[in-house]
Design a protein around this ligand. Structure first.
Ligand SMILES: O=c1ccn([C@@H]2O[C@H](COP(=O)(O)OP(=O)(O)O[C@H]3O[C@H](CO)[C@@H](O)[C@H](O)[C@H]3O)[C@@H](O)[C@H]2O)c(=O)[nH]1
Length: 462
């Protein structure tokens, strides 16, 4: 890592969802360590997430708290409606803030769901850098969909095959597995126009920083360079809390519902690679059938496990049946709420991870060197699962959303297999873990980050 002496000031604008804000804050940490000054835009509820970083960098990190848009009654019609309201509220506030700042940022880095910031940056005469919390393969699919706009004739045909021949390995997806923002809205609707423009604005931006590493997704990164028509694409992942930052890894993205020490003590008494960690990210809830299958498989399997579950207010979701925790007492730990995921995955006792394949979970699982049982549910997760199983050989297919819910006995068998020492996936994922760690410790991602930081002040002189 090189430390810049320029102290350039940049604006990092986070999208308010855990899977998006966590990696951008980890990137901010890296930029601060390289000597940049960073103003981070957050909505009030996310301000506490900045606290660990603020205590490490009190003079070079500045929060800029902007209000969240007021929800209409009864609530938002769609995520896109909420995103548009945020744009309408934040755009003029940011413009004013820039104009009144004595030493304003020289560049804006913002999440790919904030494509409209391209126009703000343009109006200010600044470069905008896209931050992708998804991998290069997932992003390639999103770009390809919004550029080529594939459509199906029969609106009911969820099995309609969508061919994406330009992307490496020419993937084909059934319509049902396309990201919601694309498959659930119709051309001509306001949501559609907003989503399309918001995504295509990312194409027009100055640069792209991806939470991935070259050795993991080389062909997709190259594909993105070709599609964008320039080489200002930097792979800087896996973005993680620093290894020596105990606070960072135990409270990343939120405070744990159970004290982290209690979870670590539980894991300390287990054998190496014996425990399966089960978690479906920050927002996915299981329906009743999915939950029934999962708990019954965990019971049948006899494996040791940590199960992290969450329910979202007002949603009809599967719940853990009465008596389950008692029946698995001694070999299963249930965390209701937020789990210290990175700390759990890094523990030597954890050997496998049943995951929905959110990209952060994928990178955290790879870095920790655990075998992944894949059960993708939505957005880029089907792409991520294919990468893990078919291309990297470090994952085992377990399920697919509601269309492919495994039999409890089949899932129980996979849980047992996933912690076996002899599985080839374990050998491969350990190697990939070494490569991932090498990339951020002086390797490809470290170099990309250095180059990105060096090019920032220069890009502003052009
Ligand atoms: O109890 C929990 C649950 C989650 N996490 C963390 O929260 C993040 C979750 O991110 P991810 O695994 O990517 O899942 P989602 O929250 O579902 O992420 C959304 O954003 C990702 C990045 O774009 C996409 O890949 C996903 O498909 C999308 O659902 C990870 O860092 C986890 O370590 C915890 O620390 N504790």
């Amino acid at each position: 890592m090189s430390t810049t002496t320029t102290g350039a000031h940049i604006l990092a604008y986070t999208y308010p969802a855990s899977g998006h804000i966590i990696p951008l804050l980890d990137l901010t940490h890296q930029l601060l360590r390289r000597g940049l000054t960073v103003t981070v835009v957050v909505i009030p509820t996310n301000l506490p997430l900045l606290q660990p970083l603020l205590s490490l960098h009190p003079s070079s990190l500045h929060p800029l708290v902007l209000p969240a848009p007021e929800p209409p009654t009864p609530s938002w019609k769609s995520r896109m409606a909420k995103d548009q309201a945020m744009r309408d509220l934040h755009y003029p506030l940011l413009l004013n803030w820039f104009h009144s700042h004595i030493s304003p940022p020289i560049a804006i880095i913002s999440d790919f769901f904030l494509g409209w910031t391209h126009h703000l940056a343009k109006q200010l005469g600044l470069p905008r850098v896209v931050f992708s919390p998804s991998g290069a393969s997932g992003l390639s699919v999103l770009f390809s969909l919004w550029r080529d706009l594939p459509n199906k004739e029969d609106p009911e045909d969820m099995d309609f095959q969508v061919l994406l021949p330009k992307i490496p390995n020419s993937p084909v997806y059934p319509w049902r597995q396309l990201p919601n923002q694309y498959k659930n809205c119709q051309e001509g609707e306001p949501d559609w126009e907003f989503s399309k423009n918001n995504m295509l604005d990312n194409f027009a931006s100055w640069g792209l920083v991806v939470n991935s590493f070259t050795e993991l997704e080389r062909v997709y990164l190259d594909h993105l360079r070709t599609e964008l028509g320039h080489d200002r694409v930097w792979a800087v992942g896996p973005l993680l809390p620093l290894e020596d930052d105990v606070v960072g890894s135990s409270s990343r993205g939120g405070s744990s519902s159970i004290p982290c020490e209690q979870v670590m003590a539980w894991l300390n008494s287990r054998n190496d690679n014996s425990v399966v960690y089960v978690c479906f990210g920050s927002r996915t809830t299981l329906n009743t059938k999915q939950m029934d299958v999962l708990v019954s498989a965990l019971e049948q399997s006899g494996v040791e496990f940590i199960l992290c579950v969450r329910g979202l207010d007002g949603r009809h979701v599967g719940v853990i049946p009465d008596g389950f925790e008692h029946r698995v007492e001694g070999r299963g730990l249930v965390i209701k709420g937020w789990a210290p995921q990175v700390a759990i995955l890094k523990h030597r006792a954890v050997g496998a991870f049943l995951t929905h394949c959110g990209w952060n979970s994928v990178l955290e699982g790879i870095t920790a060197g655990v075998v992944m049982l894949t059960w993708p549910m939505a957005s880029d997760q089907f792409t991520n699962a294919r990468l893990l199983v078919d291309q990297l050989g470090v994952g085992i297919r377990a399920g697919e959303n509601i269309e492919n819910i495994p039999e409890p006995s089949k899932l129980a068998h996979l849980l047992v297999e996933s912690v076996k020492a002899t599985r080839l996936e374990r050998v491969r994922v350990k190697e990939l873990s070494d490569t991932a760690l090498g990339s951020i410790k002086g390797g490809s991602s470290d170099k990309d980050l250095d180059e990105f930081v060096e090019r920032l002040p220069r890009c502003c002189q052009n």
